[in-house]
Design a protein around this ligand. Structure first.
Ligand code: ATP
Ligand code: MG
Length: 547
C-alpha cells in the first residue's frame, strides 16, 4: 500500500521535533445520521494513517450532539465500515458522554461573563447577526448579570422553557469580521429523545462549542477537518482558551474529496433512499462504503484510491475511473477468472456426440499460477456471447465467430458456425456449428490459426445468473448543471441482463470477487438465491478514462 504523505504529516513531524507534542493523537468524528460515504474515507484514512505513521492513536468519536437525526443503525454501520476498511480505533467515544463536562464548562463561561442566556429566537438572532459587510447588533439580553444567567441556564436545563425559547450564547464580538465570532450559540433547547441519553437532557451543545472541548478532553493533538471549518478555527481556539482546557488541541483543515458524476453529501444520499430511487444505502450505485462494498470494491482499492488522490488545502474532484483502476490493480492477480456469458446465444455442435460431457483443464487466473486450476465442462451445447457471433464476417478486424469462420472456444476446441435459426423477428435463437476433435486445447495442435478466441459456458451445467450493469446515478451535463440533483438522475443507471455462469460458481457467496473472462470485474450480490445467482458489475477490464 502507498504510504501517506501530505502537508499535515509535515506539520506533525515538526510538532514532534520541536517538542510541541509528545505523541500524535487524532480522531474521526462522524455524525451518526447516515452511512459513511467515500468522502468520509478520506477523513478516516487521513486520521488513521497519519497517527499510524507516528505510532500514535486515533479515536472514533460519534458526534451525537444533534439528536434529531441520529440513530443506532448508523452507529453500527459506521463501526462496521471502519473495521472493514481495516482500522481499529484506540477508543470509541460518544460526544454525548461529555454532556455533563460540557455543561460545567458552559457554567464556567457564564461565571467569567463570557456567556449569556438570550431570549431572541432563531430568526431574530440571524437578523441581529449582520452580514459580511455590516457588523451585527448586540442582543437586548446581552448584559444580563452573571446571577441571572446562571439561574436562567439552570432553568433551561431543567426543562422550564420550550424549544427555541432561549439559547446560551458566547459573549464575544458582534462586530467581528468573522461572523462565527458574533456571539455564537453554544446551547439550544430541544425536548427530544436522544439515542443514548434518553430524555436526560433537553439542552444540547452546538458543534462549535462541543467539538473543541471533546478534542481537549481526549487529548487530541491534531484535530483534522474539511475546509469548510476553516473560519471556525478562531472560535475553536477561543473555546479551548476560555474554558481553560489543560490540553490544547489544534485544528487543521484539508480539502474535501469529490468524485465526478457522484453526489457525496449525506443529505442527498438520504433523499435518494427515502424517495426509493435506490435499493437502500447499500445500493451498489451509491457512493456509500456499504454500497461500494456491495458493488465489489475492496477495502484495499478504496485505501489506495484515497492515498493516490493526495491531500491538500483545496477541494478536489477526481475521476470515478481512478477507483476502478485501483480495483483492477488490486484484483488482477487475486481474483478467479471464471466464464460467464451475460448475453447468451446457444450453439449446438452437431458433430459432437449427444449425451457426452468432458471436462477440460482451465487455469483459475491466467496471470497467476498460484491460484491453481479447475475443470470446466464441455459438451454438444454451449452458450456464447451474442456479440461474439455475426452471420457474415464484416472485415479483417473481426476476430470472432461468423458463418464458415473458425474460432477457438477458450480451453476447448475450434468450432465453425454452419447455420443459424431465427425467430419471427429475425433474432438469432440458435447457432449450429461443427468442431474439430483434433484441436482440443493443450493438444499441441497448431496447424491452423483460428479467427479469435471466445469464451463459453457449457449449457447443461450452466447456472442461470442475473448481471447488474451499473452506470452513474447522476449525469452532469452543461444543460442540467443548474438543476436540482434529483433531476439529474440517470434513468439508465441500473441495467439488468440475464445469462449464465459456469458450474464452479455454484457455492459463491455475497461479496466474492471475480474477473469474468473478457468482460469485467464482478461481485456476488446478496440477492442471489438457490435458483438464480446475482452479480454486480464492479467495473470493466480496461480504463474508459479518456485523457
Ligand atoms: P456530509 O457533508 O456528506 O453530510 P459531513 O461532513 O456532515 O458530511 P460528518 O459525519 O460530520 O459528515 O463527517 C465526519 C468527517 O468526515 C468530518 O471531519 C468531515 O469533514 C469529513 N468528510 C465528510 N465528507 C468529506 C469529503 N467529501 N471529503 C473529505 N472529508 C469529508
Ligand atoms: Mg457534518
Amino acid at each position: 500500500m502507498a504510504e501517506i504523505n501530505n502537508f499535515i504529516k509535515t506539520i506533525m513531524q515538526n510538532d514532534l521535533d520541536s517538542g510541541k507534542v509528545n505523541e500524535i493523537i487524532t480522531r474521526f468524528p462522524p455524525e451518526p445520521n447516515a452511512y459513511l460515504h467515500i468522502g468520509h474515507a478520506r477523513a478516516i484514512i487521513t486520521n488513521f494513517e497519519l497517527a499510524k505513521a507516528f505510532n500514535g492513536k486515533t479515536n472514533l468519536r460519534f458526534d451525537d450532539t444533534n439528536p434529531a437525526k441520529e440513530d443506532q443503525e448508523f452507529v453500527d454501520g459506521i463501526i462496521y465500515d471502519l473495521a472493514w476498511l481495516g482500522y481499529k480505533p484506540n477508543n470509541v467515544f460518544y460526544g454525548s458522554d461529555y454532556f455533563e463536562a460540557t455543561y460545567e464548562k458552559a457554567i464556567m463561561l457564564i461565571k467569567k461573563g463570557l456567556a449569556y442566556v438570550d431570549d431572541l429566537n432563531q430568526e431574530e438572532i440571524s437578523k441581529y447577526r449582520g452580514t459580511l459587510n455590516e457588523p451585527g447588533k448586540n442582543s437586548p439580553y446581552r448584559d444580563r448579570s452573571v446571577e441571572e444567567n446562571l439561574k436562567l441556564f439552570e432553568e433551561m436545563k431543567e426543562g422550564k422553557y420550550k424549544d427555541g425559547e432561549k439559547t446560551l450564547r458566547a459573549k464575544i464580538d458582534m462586530a467581528s469580521p468573522n461572523i462565527n465570532m458574533r456571539d455564537p450559540v453554544m446551547y439550544r433547547i430541544l425536548h427530544i429523545n436522544h439515542h443514548r441519553q434518553g430524555t436526560k437532557w433537553c439542552i444540547f451543545p452546538m458543534y462549535d462549542f462541543a467539538h473543541p472541548l471533546q478534542d481537549a478532553f481526549e487529548g487530541i493533538t491534531h484535530s483534522l477537518c474539511s475546509l469548510e471549518y476553516d473560519n471556525h478555527r478562531v472560535l475553536y481556539d477561543w473555546v479551548v482558551e476560555n474554558c481553560e482546557m489543560k490540553h490544547v488541541p489544534h485544528q487543521y483543515e484539508f480539502g474535501r474529496l469529490n468524485i465526478t458524476n457522484t453526489i457525496m453529501s449525506k443529505r442527498y444520499l438520504r433523499q435518494l433512499v427515502d424517495a426509493k430511487k435506490v435499493l437502500g444505502y447499500d445500493d451498489p450505485r451509491m457512493p456509500t462504503l456499504c454500497g461500494l462494498r456491495r458493488r465489489g470494491f475492496t477495502a484495499d482499492s478504496i485505501r489506495n484510491f484515497i492515498l493516490g488522490t493526495g491531500l491538500s488545502r483545496v477541494n478536489s474532484t477526481v475521476e470515478a475511473d481512478q477507483l476502478d483502476e485501483e480495483l483492477r490493480n488490486d484484483l488482477k492477480l487475486k481474483a478467479l477468472r471464471p466464464n460467464a456469458v451475460i448475453n447468451p446465444v446457444k450453439v449446438i455442435i452437431d458433430n459432437y456426440p449427444e449425451g457426452k460431457i468432458e471436462y477440460l483443464d482451465c487455469q483459475n487466473n491466467q496471470e497467476n499460477e498460484e491460484l491453481g486450476s479447475r475443470k470446466i465442462a464441455f459438451s454438444r451445447e454451449v452458450y456464447i456471447e451474442r456479440e461474439d457471433f455475426i452471420e457474415e464476417k464484416p472485415n479483417k478486424k473481426w476476430k470472432r465467430a461468423a458463418l464458415g469462420v473458425e474460432v477457438r472456444l477458450m480451453h476447448a476446441y475450434f468450432i465453425t458456425p454452419t447455420s443459424v435459426e431465427k425467430d419471427n423477428d429475425g433474432n438469432i435463437t440458435l447457432i449450429h456449428a461443427t468442431y474439430d476433435p483434433e484441436t482440443r486445447s493443450g493438444s499441441g495442435f497448431d496447424l491452423r490459426k483460428p479467427n479469435g478466441n471466445i469464451h463459453f459456458v457449457e449449457a447443461t451445467t450452466a447456472i442461470p445468473a442475473e448481471f447488474r450493469l451499473l452506470e452513474p446515478l447522476i449525469l452532469e451535463t452543461e444543460e442540467n448543471k443548474d438543476l436540482d440533483f434529483m433531476e439529474k438522475l440517470n434513468p439508465n443507471s441500473l441495467n439488468i441482463v440475464n445469462g449464465f455462469v459456469e458450474e464452479s460458481l455454484k457455492d459463491t457467496k455475497p461479496l466474492d470477487h471475480y474477473q469474468f473472462i473478457r468482460n469485467g470485474y464482478y461481485c456476488t450480490d446478496k440477492d442471489s438465491t438457490d435458483t438464480k445467482l446475482v452479480f454486480n458489475r464492479t467495473c470493466g477490464l480496461k480504463s474508459s478514462f479518456k485523457l
